[in-house]
Design a binder for this molecule. Structure first.
Ligand SMILES: [Zn+2]
Length: 232
């Protein structure tokens, strides 16, 4: 079963608008917390998606072979959270000052759609869709890696003007946060020695994180609905 985002939000016919409600929720929670001493609310840190090497290799292969199919079906991916929030092991963009940010597949697709995160393949001249990059926000020098849709392989390159890469990527990423938001109760005891033995009320999850699916699952889904393999 898929989680289908409702399409009822005004002003956005693509079905993406629902993801924006999280930003509003966060603002509301922040205000709520400021007036309250019983608990505090925090967001869990994003963790690097640690995957075994054979899984990473399969992911690379799937992307090399099927990126065209994935891009052609971006509208389908925007509408299903478990596909939107697929986290590729290679999809990290970071600068020396900000550290790495994880780019869910849906965010990459939106940035590509906006004409960013692309470069020219040094092997065939085709379009490379960049999935990850790292470099200096100050000097602008960086390296990137991605997939060429024409020669169907993983490609890496170097460049200058890094803000063209991380700028649009970070901006889009900030619109689609996917972190668990947790409510943690404060201890009630006044004295420190009472606090040692007091049992804290269990945490409550206010907003859960959406667990992304895998590229393999997405590709087999797309092949089943698309009906045609990515060979044309
Ligand atoms: Zn190429």
């Amino acid at each position: 079963m898929y989680v289908i985002l409702t399409l009822s939000n005004a002003g956005d016919s693509s079905g993406r608008a629902d993801l924006f409600h999280i930003a509003g929720l966060k603002k509301q929670l922040k205000e709520e917390t400021m007036e309250n001493k019983d608990y505090y609310i925090f967001e869990e840190k994003e963790e690097y998606p640690r995957k075994p090497q054979d899984e990473i290799d399969r992911e690379n292969q799937q992307l090399s072979e099927n990126l065209h199919l994935i891009i052609n079906n971006s509208e389908r991916i925007y509408k299903q959270e478990k596909y939107f929030y697929i986290q590729l092991s290679s999809a990290v963009i970071g600068t020396t000052t900000t550290g790495g940010r994880f780019m869910p597949l849906g965010v990459l697709l939106l940035v590509w759609e906006g004409g960013h995160l692309k470069d020219i393949c040094p092997h065939c001249g085709g379009t490379v869709y960049i999935t990850g990059a790292a470099g200096s926000a100050l000097s602008g020098t960086h390296f990137w890696y991605g997939y060429c849709v024409k020669c169907k392989q993983r490609v890496t390159g170097r460049g200058s003007g890094f803000s063209r890469i991380w700028g649009p990527a970070f901006e889009m990423k900030s619109k689609y946060p996917n972190r668990r938001i947790i409510k943690r109760y404060n201890l009630k005891s006044e004295k420190w020695y009472d606090k040692l033995t007091e049992k804290r009320r269990p945490d409550e999850i206010i907003q859960d994180k959406i667990e992304g699916s895998t590229i393999e699952e997405l590709v087999s889904f797309l092949k089943s609905v698309d009906g045609i393999a990515d060979e044309k």
